[in-house]
Design a protein around this ligand. Structure first.
Ligand code: SF4
Length: 446
């Protein structure tokens, strides 16, 4: 009988990409994926340590899975990702039902499962620092029916923002050679992918540290020239590394979508300084102005942290004012939480949990109004949409995204998956748009 694996992923797009890589390795090894943990012989949890909430959720799930191991001691249970790296073998001690912990730089060692002698019941840890970046292994049908795909261009980060655990769990910044990235991109397009999303912790410092060519802008130019690629996106960018050359590409490259995710984190210079972000509010606002001048229809999303140690009411009001002024299309906002080993953990004047929650609610309410108004402002416009497949809520609705990364649902009794179509927006909602098909922009790939 074909063995089944179950893989639960917490956290960011980097983690989702890593989970895709793990799934592909296991599929290549002859396993099949199951959506139900109880059915699986291998249970893996890919964890995120960036925020306490995500870490707590993962640890709770790991604890709950002990009962499955009690019922069937032959099940292999593993923890992957940033919590695995951060807590290491302590996790194996705390949760004796675990068989392995594997850090993000070592996830390609998941194939150790095959050689592991189950009878010996050895615990395995793969936590060494390595410059290897785990990539998608050879294609095995995993991408069938998919239109959009992540492509990792770098791993790790050297910035050491004072609140962030990433440099400690994903290691120092390592850029992948452009030849590998371009080969992968060609391969993805041959497999039917139409939109590539370049990912890394700080993509716009690609190749800066190792003084190699091309720059990130050069990499985008090379990818833009690949026949069959319809859309190119990238995430995440750091404001201190966003060059004028890169901004200019939004007005130049035909495949580069008019969307940028540019985390600002706070509207207060004093807080940004303590966060060690390396830019001021004024600099950030100048960047947004340049982006909007270059590409007036560009959608901008951002991240903000509330309740950073020492954040005063005035600091928080400055964050609210920045949100009012810049009117992001979307904002991902979070309460600050101490992360072991980071500088900010030792900072004085911690903000109370109630205060943090109140600030978060205020910020989210403010942004929700802006997001809704922005979505409503698109009513009556015609948007080019890349169709990704059936809409989540089923029926005969299809779903895709605008260049500005907004989800659009529309009725259609044909698949259209992989096609660029024109959709007239009828209604703007909080999290999506609803529209009607008004013609093809290109042919479906099916
Ligand atoms: S740039 Fe700062 S916040 Fe982003 S991953 Fe690096 S250290 Fe973390």
């Amino acid at each position: 009988m074909t063995p089944l694996f179950y893989l639960k992923t917490f956290g960011c797009q980097m983690n989702k990409h890593d989970s895709d890589s793990v799934s592909q390795i296991l599929l290549n090894e002859g396993y099949r994926q199951s959506e139900i943990a109880e059915d699986a012989q291998i249970i893996l949890i890919n964890t995120c340590a960036v925020r306490k909430k995500a870490e707590d959720k993962a640890l709770t799930l790991i604890g709950r899975l002990a009962s499955l191991k009690q019922k069937n001691p032959d099940i292999i249970m593993g923890v992957l990702g940033c919590v695995a790296q951060n807590q290491g073998v302590d996790l194996l001690r705390r949760f004796p039902h675990l068989d392995l912990v594997i850090g993000p730089r070592n996830i390609h060692h998941i194939d150790k499962l095959k050689t592991r002698n189950r009878k010996e019941k050895n615990m395995v840890s793969c936590l060494d620092w390595t410059d290897n970046i785990c990539l998608f292994p050879k294609y095995n049908g995993y991408l069938k029916g998919k239109v959009t795909c992540f492509l990792k261009v770098m791993e790790g980060c050297d910035n050491f923002c004072s609140y962030c655990i990433v440099p400690f769990v994903r290691g120092r910044e390592t850029s992948l050679p452009a030849t590998i990235i371009l080969d992968r991109a060609h391969q993805l397009i041959r497999e039917g992918i139409r939109e590539i999303i370049l990912i890394g912790q700080n993509v716009n410092s690609y190749n800066v540290k190792n003084k190699a060519k091309p720059s990130f802008a050069g990499l985008l130019r090379a990818l833009d020239g690949i026949s069959g690629l319809q859309r190119l996106r990238f995430t995440t960018s750091h404001p201190k590394d966003l060059s004028d050359e890169l901004i200019g590409l939004f007005g130049e490259l035909k495949t580069l979508c008019p969307h940028i995710h540019l985390p600002v984190q706070s509207g207060s210079d004093a807080v940004l300084r303590r966060m060690s972000r390396g830019y001021t509010v004024e600099h950030y606002m100048t960047l947004i102005e340049k982006l909007r001048t270059t590409r007036p229809d560009i959608a901008v999303s951002s991240d903000m942290i509330v309740g950073f140690p020492g954040e005063t009411d005035e600091d928080f009001q400055e964050s609210l004012s920045l949100v009012d002024e810049l009117r992001f299309d979307n904002l991902f906002s979070f309460r600050y939480s101490d992360r072991r080993g980071t500088k900010a953990t030792g900072f004085p004047n911690k903000v109370g949990e109630r205060e943090k929650q109140e600030r978060l609610s205020l910020l989210q309410e403010r942004q929700a109004r802006i997001t809704l108004a922005k979505n409503k402002s698109l009513e009556g416009t015609v948007q080019t949409v890349l169709v990704e497949g059936p809409a989540k809520h089923g029926g005969e609705q299809r779903s895709g995204r605008t260049g500005g990364n907004k989800v659009v649902n529309f009725a259609s009794n044909t698949s259209l998956t992989g096609a660029l179509v024109r959709i007239k927006v009828i209604k703007g909602f909080q999290n999506s748009l609803f529209g009607e098909f008004s013609g093809p922009e290109s042919h479906s790939v099916e």
